[in-house]
Design a protein around this ligand. Structure first.
Ligand code: ATP
Length: 240
């Protein structure tokens, strides 16, 4: 510092010879300004994390575990016009609405993204995202590959896009068979589209390999991605 601008102060005692507060105050006096206790960087922005990947890769399993280990994470519940299946809970699995209600949500621009899938509407309510982002929560959206492409067009780089893959096609197909939830027709269709879906990998920011029996490692990588995004100098800023 320019000597002429420095306020006249006594010598700064060495930390060996004086208490911490005394040295602190002497340093402030020597600089002619006080040290602020305000955070040096503001809190990171709430993040929108879009998780996608082929059917059966483990999106639900990874997200479920991630929600258990990470606080302040809101998983957005999709609205759908399809009838509720046995065991499904309204507001937890989906928000079940009538077709007319869904069409009204489209009209009122209340959906971030929607699609007609096999005759039923599915869409992401904006209000839920706004509400939880305002509380400082990070948002997780689970969408199929088409949904991810639509969200990329809407959100561009304001959200982080994660593609989940299995370690091999073989592992993916075996996992899907093991889940025992699909009819043979659905199984064939899902396996066939998985091959094509892998071509969309390059449209994502991160890829996480969800290896057989290593769900915990995949969740750790997801956490690392979130941590790295929080530490970015140029933060993503999603406005919904
Ligand atoms: N790392 C893993 N190792 C072994 N099994 C796994 C792993 N990850 C997920 N699974 C299992 O694989 C099956 C498919 O996972 P999950 O239902 O989460 O996939 P998904 O991507 O959400 O599928 P979909 O898009 O069809 O809903 C489930 O039975 C799940 O428990």
């Amino acid at each position: 510092m320019d000597e002429s601008r420095r306020s006249p102060v006594g010598p700064i005692p060495h930390p060996n010879d004086a208490g911490r507060n005394e040295v602190f105050r002497a340093l402030e006096a020597s600089l002619g300004s006080t040290f602020s206790s305000e955070p040096i960087v503001p809190n990171p922005n709430p993040l929108i994390i879009v998780v996608s990947g082929p059917s059966g890769v483990g999106k639900d399993a990874v997200i479920k575990r991630l929600r258990e280990v990470r606080e302040d994470l809101h998983f957005v519940v999709t609205a759908t016009s399809r009838p509720k299946r046995e065991g499904e809970i309204d507001g937890k699995d989906y928000f079940f609405v009538s077709k007319d209600e869904f069409l009204s949500m489209i009209d009122k621009n209340e959906l971030l993204e929607y699609a007609l899938v096999y005759g039923d509407y599915k869409g992401i309510p904006k209000q839920q995202i706004r509400e939880y982002m305002a509380k400082g929560c990070d948002i997780v959206l689970r969408v199929d590959i088409q949904g991810a492409a639509t969200l990329r067009r809407i959100l561009r780089n304001s959200a982080v896009f994660v593609f989940l893959v299995a370690e091999s096609e073989e592992a993916l197909v075996k996992r899907l068979i093991g889940r025992k939830t699909e009819s043979i027709e659905a199984l064939v269709m899902r396996v066939a589209s998985a091959k094509e879906e892998l071509r969309h990998l390059k449209e994502f920011d991160y890829v996480v390999v969800n290896k057989e029996g290593e769900l915990e490692s995949s969740v750790k990588v997801m956490e690392s991605i979130i941590d790295a995004e929080k530490a970015k100098v140029q933060q993503r800023r999603a406005v919904i």
